[in-house]
Design a protein around this ligand. Structure first.
Ligand code: NDP
Ligand code: 8X3
Length: 258
């Protein structure tokens, strides 16, 4: 059964990776989409390609930096009437920067991760949730990470932000209890996207090494599980999912063919 058709899905970080794959899967099931990210050209290209495939859906692309509260509030509070009733929010925008020990940490990297992965997730949720509560209807999908469950060497601040995202999933589920809103926490393991390229500030060789000799997940693998989770009947909440490549046992145990 398709419970996603004609709904409105807001995806943050829709310009690449898991967010983009979610956009493709939700569009396939006939959801109207609000796509949010900073890179306007990438959003426009995605919007055009999706409309070609699915001419019956509507898409609104919004350039927005989730770290900037004014930008988030303006984006959500000035939505045209027909876009006001967001059914599903996928809090996906996020990033990792660097892999230094705390004693060598680069403060701007810390700020960027905390501002995006924690504060950005909160800003968007704060703007979207009141209407869901009022309607007694909605889904929040928070993309945390295995890194929020297990701290790994030099993962420090990134792991802390994902641990916070996980805690916020639990907290939101308590706060909206009794409103029919479902809160889902998704913890992917290694997914090959732009993630490592961003983490290593564009160093493509270093990013490639992360997945050397093993088969990582694809963004598509994660999007399939998100769309499945959101499509469950209203009385079912898939609260917490850990998704791993088979070659990954935990954050530090990864089998690689040499
Ligand atoms: P990508 O780098 O491919 O995608 C990240 C997305 O987040 C981009 O669309 C980017 O868009 C957006 N984004 C980053 N900063 C901001 C910002 N300040 N405001 C708005 N959008 C922003 O990586 P993934 O798809 O892998 O990452 C998606 C999520 O999944 C992240 O939260 C990540 O932590 C999480 N995750 C990833 C894993 C992996 O191994 N890849 C594993 C576990 C979790 P733009 O630059 O255009 O703004
Ligand atoms: C991304 C997964 O383990 O590379 O959240 O940090 S990991």
């Amino acid at each position: 059964m398709n419970r996603i058709q004609h709904t409105i899905t807001l995806i943050t970080g829709a310009s690449s990776g898991i967010g983009e794959a979610c956009a493709r899967h939700f569009a396939e099931l006939g959801s109207n989409l609000i796509l949010m990210a900073r890179r306007k050209e990438a959003l426009t290209a995605l919007e055009q390609s999706l409309l070609k495939l699915h001419p019956d859906i509507r898409i609104l692309s919004i350039t927005c930096d989730v770290r900037i509260i004014e930008s988030v509030e303006t984006a959500i509070h000035s939505l045209p009437e027909e876009w006001n009733n967001i059914d599903t929010l996928i809090n996906n925008a996020g990033l990792s920067r660097g892999m230094e020990k705390v004693q060598d940490g680069i403060i701007e990297n810390w700020e960027e991760m905390i501002d995006t992965n924690i504060k950005g997730l909160l800003y968007v949720s704060r703007a979207v949730l009141p209407r869901m509560v009022q309607r007694k209807k909605g889904n929040i999908v928070n993309i945390a990470s295995i890194a929020g469950r297990e701290t790994y060497p030099s993962g420090n601040v990134y792991c802390a932000t994902k641990s916070a995202a996980r805690t916020l999933s639990e907290a939101m589920r308590i706060d909206v209890n009794g409103t029919n809103i479902r809160v889902m926490n998704i913890d992917p393991g290694m997914v090959e996207t732009e993630f490592s390229l961003v983490r290593f500030h564009g160093d493509a060789d270093r990013a490639k090494q992360v997945y050397k000799g093993m088969q990582p997940l694809t963004a598509n693998d994660i999007a399939e599980i998100i769309v499945f989770s959101v499509n469950r009947p209203p009385h079912v909440t898939i609260g917490d999912v850990l998704i791993l490549p088979t070659a990954q046992a935990n954050t530090t145990t990864v089998y690689r063919e040499s």
